[in-house]
Design a protein around this ligand. Structure first.
Ligand SMILES: Nc1nc2c(ncn2[C@@H]2O[C@H](COP(=O)(O)OP(=O)(O)OP(=O)(O)O)[C@@H](O)[C@H]2O)c(=O)[nH]1
Ligand SMILES: [Mg+2]
Length: 439
């Protein structure tokens, strides 16, 4: 971790109290459950939660100042030493709340950044997390260094006070940000080169996207026979992994599993993880994994679509995969789910149920990506035939006197190469060639 970072990996079980003001009553248990999971994933121990019903946060304390006093009493009763607030806070809100509750206060963004910092394994992942942390920190520098920073360790105080004090200078932070951006840009170029190399492989690419813990890595593992880390904890995957997946009828795709999304994903994080998320933007099509067994399936589904929108992913084919169907007994529910969402399938990544449907759906999507061509290649261009077999599907081929007649569904790349030899008519059998009709 860079010495410029003020964020720390958690090595103690901090006793935390969660604070929410979710105005939608129906969403409250879910918001609480999700924040608890995030806090526990970060390593904190949740000892209590505190809720205030209000439409808008208070600009001074987030919750009302009277409520903040109640929170202080609760924090004391529970011997808590950390307050975690479910939204992103301003410096003023943090300072006022800390003054009132007399312990450290962190917001949802810091919590998620902390989890990402713990998960980052590759250089790219670490650079991106550091950039997100510093981008979060920069506008908060002036107000961030309260007495609570002087406590060693704990969520969001990496490096300790002495070290961070030295770095309150905005210019230094900006320099570090530029430096990180330059390094990320280098990594990004390398990624782009890798993608160009991959593009030369005769396989279309797909990215698995979805809410955190929906089962993306489990699906990649099951499909490719690999062992990407899959876990019930949130954000188990941070760095993208690509595997070749062979499908029936001779099709193959390159499938990438990447970082999961969550509601209110911090904007700094989305911006910093652009290099990683480009795997998604650049894929030929997407497989969106939704946990069908989750009571707030729809909220999660929409949250992922919102992030894709933010990333500028538009017009790409999306297969919606309703996962964890082994946990659902109501088959009518599954049927309705599938009927309500065009281009969707119900599966269990764990048991493999529904995989034939998924394969059929992927193959149908692949066919939609290919261009139908009829060509007559001169024998001097016969090397293109092998490429057509590799980069698509040859439906008919006939070696005739006038040339090689072929009907095929090809990727845009190879379709462009054979385009000069396109014909409009069926080959006439007067050519005396041998017609092979492929299955
Ligand atoms: N019952 C059941 N559990 C599943 C299924 N698929 C995944 N899981 C479980 O759900 C949890 C999350 O699975 P992952 O594959 O790590 O989920 P992910 O979407 O990759 O999550 P992140 O990387 O954290 O975003 C794990 O405990 C899996 O065992 C399924 O089809 N059925
Ligand atoms: Mg994963």
């Amino acid at each position: 971790m860079s010495r410029h970072s003020v964020f720390h990996e958690i090595n103690i079980k901090e006793r935390s109290v969660l604070v929410l003001i979710e105005p939608d009553e129906a969403m409250r248990p879910y918001a609480l459950e999700e924040l608890t999971a995030l806090a526990e994933t970060a390593g904190a121990e949740v000892v209590g939660d505190f809720y205030q019903r209000r439409d808008r946060p208070s600009p001074t304390h987030y919750i009302g100042s009277g409520k903040a006093e109640e929170l202080f009493a609760g924090v004391q009763d529970l011997s808590a030493n950390l307050v975690i607030v479910d939204s992103e806070l301003s410096t003023v809100q943090v300072r006022n709340l800390e003054d009132t509750v007399k312990c450290r206060v962190i917001d949802r963004t810091q919590l998620i950044l902390d989890i990402f910092a713990q998960r980052a394994r590759t250089r790219e992942g670490r650079l991106q997390v550091q950039l997100a942390q510093l981008s979060y920190l920069l506008p908060r520098l002036s107000g961030l260094y309260t007495k609570f920073e002087r406590q060693q360790g704990g969520i969001g105080v990496r490096g300790g006070a002495g070290e961070t004090k030295l770095e309150t200078d905005r210019r230094k932070v900006r320099e570090t940000i530029s430096d990180l951006e330059a390094q990320i840009s280098e990594v990004r170029n390398q990624r782009q080169q890798q993608r160009i190399q991959r593009r030369k492989l005769p396989y279309p690419s797909a990215a698995i996207v979805g809410y955190t813990s929906a089962g993306k890595s489990t699906l990649l593992n099951k499909l490719s026979g690999s062992e990407v880390y899959a876990d019930a904890q949130l954000f188990a995957t941070l760095d993208p992994t690509t595997r070749r997946v062979d499908l029936p009828e001779g099709w193959s795709i390159l499938l990438t599993d990447t970082v999961g999304f969550i509601r209110n994903l911090p904007t700094d994080l989305v911006a910093s993880f652009r290099a990683t998320l480009e795997e998604t933007i650049e894929a030929d099509f997407l497989i969106h994994v939704v946990d069908a067994s989750h009571p707030h399936r729809e909220v999660q589904h929409q949250a992922v679509l919102d992030v894709l929108d933010d990333l500028g992913v538009v017009g790409k084919p999306i297969i919606t995969v309703f996962n964890k169907c082994d946990l659902i007994r109501d088959s009518l529910f599954l049927q309705l789910l599938q009927e309500d969402t065009p281009g969707s399938v119900c599966i269990s990544a764990q048991t493999g149920a529904g995989f034939p449907d998924l394969m059929a759906c992927v193959i149908e999507t692949l066919q939609g990506l290919l261009i139908e061509v009829k060509v007559c290649l001169p024998y001097s261009k016969s090397d293109l035939v092998a490429k057509c077999y590799e980069q698509g599907r040859v439906d008919k081929i006939e070696y005739a006197e006038a040339g090689i007649f072929m009907e095929a569904h090809l990727t845009p790349d190879i379709a462009g190469k054979v385009a000069p030899y396109r014909i409009t008519e069926e080959p006439s059998h007067a050519h005396g060639g041998v017609l092979e009709t492929l299955p």
